[in-house]
Design a binder for this molecule. Structure first.
Ligand code: ADP
Length: 617
């Protein structure tokens, strides 16, 4: 699969990526990792503390120590156990809250990057594929920065078990009675080494299997994702039903179902087999530990309490090593996914990988006169062979209304995107009041334009906030804009008026018809009160009466401003001062309706007559 960029990352690079992720998590929320790790340390250390105090109490009882000594050990045990328990609860309660919080914050970082990325970058497939990979790794396999606190928790657990067990089992590694070779200790250490090596072997094998499964399953999982989305997106629901595609779509994954089963069966078998082997080794280690401490106890080198302590601790040693190996493998697994995330949020090698467009420094005077001049502007979409626009020379100025007409794909929308710097020209330049638009501050430049794009979006926010594009707004002005766009009556009929949530993302949200959404988009453009208003096919979803109303009101509203209309209905454009006709990326005619109609062989006259014939009886 071409888009499945298999990222082989060396172990040390993985470790570095995980630690850089820790830095990011720390920046987002400094309490998260300490609370996760400490909660695990406190939980893990509890049985060892209990073992230690039991051994001391047993020793005190069997050696006939004074009752104060016994009491002190008992008090010590109770204080320590409760202390650790309380600390663990405290850390766990913080980590449970922080866990959810972290999840949001890490996602928010991704949204932040996407919101600030160049528009051009968003249209390239790379950013979408990166998001898809990050999401899939998270949802399907629990990989990515979200898992880092958990991985560090396992590592802390493994380390705590190993160190505590070593500390408590220490007497067994001391010389045997008579100073001879402590063969049972040597044998026990040998078994511990075998168990550790086996853990490394089996965890590595499980890790490889999982990595392999991810590669094998990537394509079917993507398909499954699509199908899942089709299943609940109402847009697809109509077509699926009318073309009776339910069974066909459901059946697409049948073969994969079996493959998924085989793969997960194989992993489950290996996991259970390796668990069995480790269990057997652990039993042998325990027997040898009892033997080793028994020999020392008989020689009077160990107390009864120490026997209990050492035997219990040695059994845990193998488990500690296994958890350590498991967590190191996990760090290795998380590495590439953390790296992908870091690259995405700009903490990788290129901090501005989705922001290459240069910003200018000049302010834009929104109140004065303005003139935009296109000088030989040409544009080719990234990766495209054909020019979407070429050799464009055009002058636009305040107080004039323009229409852009031409067949689909002739470059009209591309021209609008260039005007507001969603893209920069591939060749030529666009000047605002004599200076290249790239010299102006981009945010100020964009305040010059209020655009209703063909594929505008109304957001799932309350009605008033949508129109004002802000959370605080002037209600009277919002209503006025709604009235001008022909949507005030509809808005006033909403149960919550301007606070009405839109779309069903929120409870009580209303869905919008195409026409209603378009009117809201027009109201939003009016509220912006920008010097230059651009409507790209603004009335496509409106009925003819609504369209005529919108145009009449709109013309009077934007009378003193600049306005640019893109429409296929030439009758709507005829009242514009200047009509620019585009053909295959070129401006082929410019003039008033009458002047262009007079050029009988021209593109405009052809388009006009082609449309007019449908209205003639
Ligand atoms: P119009 O608005 O006149 O219908 P556009 O400006 O949308 O035309 O498109 C002009 C040309 O650019 C068309 O050939 C179209 O296929 C191409 N085009 C538009 N958008 C993209 C894009 N995001 N990526 C690549 N090519 C595009």
């Amino acid at each position: 699969m071409k888009q499945e960029r298999k990222r082989k990352v060396p172990f040390l690079k993985s470790v570095r990526a995980v630690f850089r992720t820790v830095r990011v998590i720390f920046r987002l929320d400094w309490r998260n990792i300490p609370s996760f790790v400490l909660s695990q340390v406190f939980v893990t250390i509890q049985p060892f503390a209990a073992l230690f105090f039991s051994a001391r109490i047993l020793d005190a009882l069997t050696t006939g120590a004074p009752w104060e000594t016994v009491l002190n050990w008992v008090l010590g045990a109770v204080t320590c156990t409760y202390g650790l328990y309380l600390l663990e609860r405290l850390a766990t309660s913080v980590s449970a809250v922080e866990g959810i919080d972290l999840y949001w914050r890490l996602y928010q970082e991704m949204s932040r990057v996407m919101m600030k990325a160049d528009y051009e970058e968003l249209e390239k497939p790379e950013i979408g594929l990166a998001v898809e990979r990050i999401e899939r790794a998270t949802r399907m396999f629990w990989y990515g920065p979200w898992e880092v606190p958990g991985v560090l928790m396992s590592f802390a657990q493994g380390l705590t078990i190993t160190l505590s067990a070593l500390a408590l089992a220490w007497p067994v590694f001391t010389p045997a009675p008579g100073g001879g070779i402590p063969w049972e200790t040597i044998l026990m250490v040998a078994f511990l080494v075998v168990s550790a090596v086996y853990s490394i072997y089996s965890e590595t094998k499980l890790y490889r299997m999982k990595e392999e499964n991810i590669t094998v399953l990537a394509a079917p999982l993507r398909l499954q994702n699509f199908l899942f989305n089709y299943a609940h997106v109402s847009l697809a629901a109509k077509d699926i039903r009318l073309y009776a595609m339910q069974d066909r779509l459901s059946g697409l994954l049948e073969k994969t179902d079996r493959k998924v089963e085989e793969l997960s069966d194989a992993r489950a078998k290996l996991r259970s087999f390796s668990g069995g082997v480790r269990g057997a080794l652990s039993q042998a280690i325990t027997c040898l530990a009892y033997l080793a401490v028994g020999v020392r106890a008989l020689a009077g080198l160990l107390t009864v309490g120490s026997i209990v302590q050492v035997a219990g601790a040695v059994t845990q040693l193998a488990e500690g090593v296994r958890v350590l190996v498991y967590s190191v493998q996990h760090i290795r697994m998380q590495g590439p996914h953390c790296q992908e995330y870091l690259d995405f949020i700009g903490e990788g090698d290129d901090p501005n990988q989705y922001r290459h467009q240069k910003d200018g420094t000049l302010p834009v005077d929104l109140s004065g006169d303005w003139e935009i001049v296109c000088e030989n502007v040409g544009f080719r979409y990234p990766g495209a062979k054909e020019w979407a626009l070429r050799g464009l020379n055009l002058r636009l100025k305040k107080g004039t209304h323009y229409a852009l007409v031409g067949r689909n794909g002739s470059g009209k929308t591309t021209f609008v995107k260039l005007l507001c710097r969603l893209y920069d020209p591939t060749e030529g330049r666009i000047l605002l009041n004599g200076r290249d638009v790239r010299e102006y501050r981009r945010d100020e430049l964009r305040r010059l334009f209020a655009v209703v794009f063909q594929d505008f979006q109304i957001l799932a926010l309350p009605l008033g906030q949508n129109v004002a594009a802000a959370s605080h707004y002037d209600e009277a002005r919002v209503k006025d804009c709604l009235r001008q766009a022909g949507a005030l009556e509809w808005a006033e009929n909403q149960p919550q008026g301007l606070n009405q949530p839109l779309y069903e993302v929120e409870e009580g949200g209303v869905n919008l018809s195409g026409g209603e959404a378009q009117k809201l988009a027009i109201a939003r453009a009016l509220y912006k009160n920008a010097p230059f208003v651009i409507l790209d096919e603004p009335t496509a979803a409106l009925d003819p009466i609504a369209e005529s109303e919108v145009y009449t009101r709109f013309r009077s509203m934007v009378d003193q401003k600049g306005a640019l209309y893109i429409s296929h209905r030439l009758s709507s454009c005829r009242f514009c001062d200047e009509i620019a006709v585009f053909e295959e990326g070129k401006l082929v005619q410019l003039g008033s309706h009458e002047a262009l109609l007079g050029q009988e062989e021209g593109a405009y006259a052809r388009l006009w007559h082609a449309q007019a014939q449908w209205y003639q009886a």
